[in-house]
Design a protein. Structure first.
Length: 594
């Protein structure tokens, strides 16, 4: 078995500032000692999402989402535990050490099953890309080369996008690439192998021009294949979803665009692989494409992280406008002030590839410049459905527009839409729109309340107070002078408390996030996460005193427990002289406390 050493995870969390990680993804602002912003995990207008730089944790008082850096990466970027660690390690410029571990050894963290690690898959996909590139130069790939030449692609563009060719053979790729059974398992796991109903296995991609799909770090995670056989039913096929490839979270060409310009002025979203590389051939090297799926919220987040200006390019027919409307619906809740969205609709029968050949770069970019603003497209589509000459039509426009405006968190953009709606309705004051919006919100408040995850409440006990304070303030461990008195005691939570004390004594500068990292993937992790975000309301200057008093209460509980055990034993069995003396001492001590 392979796993990531626990000490490495703790050190990685210590190296990473959660404020940097979260602020790179959402807008947060410092208020007091913490940072605040709108929660990315549920819709809200008033910021209830907090980030503690001291504790290195986050918590939402609206939906209850919380945890440390790795939790946020997993939840926000939709990554597994190992993937999140890889992501953080990449940001720190360090390599994750995977070490062998015997299956019978105990570990309280996530293990990566077998040898099928992400790194193994990345290495295999890299070798496949190299193989396909080599095959494109073979004589058997002449039809593929002719096709690319016909589309006007030169060697520089082909190399930049690492375009290759999958041989026209059922098993040539796998026979050439795979050296052992382990690699064959990886090949299957990467979605590069197909098994039919008869159990026969063969290469998924055959006689196709290959487009490697790369993630933000440049790792090849999947392939798209374009057939050069006119009789083939499927013109394009993509790799299936795998542990390293989720098509709703990737954009083809984004890595290549950012390689040319780390801060592109704009990004153009087109339909497919050939559109991306064709416009790149004409110098428009900022195009990306969704991978055979509609635009998703994750696509929008990727785009907004890279640029402030996004242009969506659609066919000009009815199907293209429907696709644009679907994209708009996804866009509205994700909009940020300062980001500009445009829609470009192409002439009927044209796609970016054909149009740029006719108009050249200058003409094509002029179309982009003259693209339709998102707000204009929104109202154009809504007004088609109503008659503004009638009061009923204006009322319908209001009922259609308000639910859309209500989704928008970007204040300036929301105000702009409300002003435009007011113009159509004949209102002179935006406050009238605000009243309508408030009525709409009140109508839906009951439903929102049902859907909103409640903040977890917990009953406070002596042990929970001690554990909660210790998790949030690991330096309190130094106040526990008599650890031995706590051992071999039968109290709920005492074992966890002792483990935490040992941990805090071992790592003298450990923080809350590192403690959570230590207990990731254990039964107590959820409980520790809740305690790490517990609002205890104790002043900072009184924490030492409160912890000490609560600890004293714990010691008293232990004495009471021992006294009660001896009294119960005395009713059934005779106590030894030593036990009698101990009982007498306990009764005397506890009576003085009372």
């Amino acid at each position: 078995m392979k796993h990531i050493p626990q000490d490495f995870i703790v050190d990685l969390v210590a190296r990473t500032n959660i404020v940097d990680v979260i602020s790179a993804r959402i807008k947060i602002k410092k208020k007091g000692k913490d940072y605040w912003g709108n929660c990315p995990f549920h819709n809200e207008k008033t910021p209830s999402f907090s980030v503690s730089e001291k504790k290195q944790i986050y918590y939402c008082f609206g939906c209850g989402a919380g945890g440390y850096t790795i939790d946020f990466i997993m939840q926000y970027d939709r990554l597994s535990f190992p993937e999140a660690i890889e992501e953080l390690a990449t940001l720190q410029g360090i390599t994750v050490p995977y070490v062998d571990k015997s299956p019978n050894q105990h570990s309280n963290k996530t293990q990566i099953s077998g040898q099928n690690t992400r790194r193994d898959l990345y290495q295999l996909m890299e070798r496949l890309a190299n193989f396909y590139q080599i095959q494109l130069n073979e004589s058997s790939a002449q039809k593929a080369k002719d096709y690319l030449q016909q589309r006007g692609l030169d060697a520089q563009v082909i190399e930049h996008y690492r375009i290759g060719y999958a041989p026209d053979d059922w098993n040539k790729t796998s026979n050439e690439i795979l050296k052992n059974d382990q690699e064959r398992k990886l090949y299957d796991q990467a979605g590069m192998q197909v098994t039919n109903d008869n159990g026969r296995q063969y290469d998924r991609f055959r006689n196709r021009i290959m487009f490697p799909i790369r993630d933000r770090q440049g790792n090849i995670i999947a392939f798209g294949g374009r057939t050069i056989n006119s009789k083939e039913n499927a013109k394009y096929i993509n790799s299936p979803e795998t542990s390293i490839f989720h098509k709703g979270y990737q954009l083809y060409g984004l890595y290549e665009a950012l390689q040319i310009n780390r801060n592109p002025q704009q990004l153009l979203v087109v339909e497919g692989y050939m559109d991306v590389v064709s416009v790149a051939q004409f110098g428009i090297n900022y195009a990306v494409a969704a991978l055979g799926t509609a635009t998703t919220e994750e696509h929008i987040k990727l785009l907004f992280r890279a640029t402030d200006n996004v242009i969506f390019c659609f066919d000009g027919d009815e199907a293209g406008r429907r696709a644009a409307w679907r994209a708009l619906i996804v866009l509205l809740p994700t909009l940020l002030d300062g980001k500009q969205i445009k829609f470009v609709f192409l002439p009927e029968g044209e796609d970016p590839d054909t149009l740029i050949r006719k108009e050249g770069k200058t003409g094509f970019e002029l179309r982009i410049t003259q693209g339709m603003a998102l707000s204009k497209f929104l109202f154009e589509e809504l007004i088609k459905q109503v008659d503004l000459k009638t009061s009923e039509g204006r009322a319908k426009l209001s009922s259609l527009a308000l639910p859309l405006i209500a989704q928008i968190k970007a204040q300036s953009f929301s105000l702009n839409l409300k002003q435009q709606l007011g113009d159509y309705l004949g209102f002179l004051d935006v406050s009238q729109i605000d009243k309508l919006l408030e009525q709409h919100t009140d109508t839906n408040k009951a439903e929102m309340t049902v859907n909103k995850s409640p903040v977890i409440q917990m009953k406070l006990t002596t042990m929970r107070i001690l554990i909660g304070l210790l998790v949030q303030n690991p330096e309190l461990a130094k106040l526990v002078s008599d650890v031995n008195a706590l051992r071999n005691v039968k109290l709920a939570g005492i074992e966890l408390f002792l483990e935490l004390l040992d941990l805090c004594h071992h790592y003298t500068n450990i923080n809350t996030a590192q403690i959570l990292a230590k207990y990731a993937d254990t039964p107590v992790y959820k409980q520790l996460t809740i305690l790490s975000t517990w609002e205890h309301k104790y002043p900072d200057e009184e924490l030492n005193m409160i912890f000490s008093h609560t600890l004293k209460e714990l010691y008293d509980n232990i004495l009471c427990q021992k006294r009660d055990e001896l009294i119960a034993k005395d009713r059934v069995f005779k106590l030894t002289e030593a036990e009698k003396k101990e009982l007498a001492t306990l009764i005397l001590v506890l009576s003085k406390k009372d």
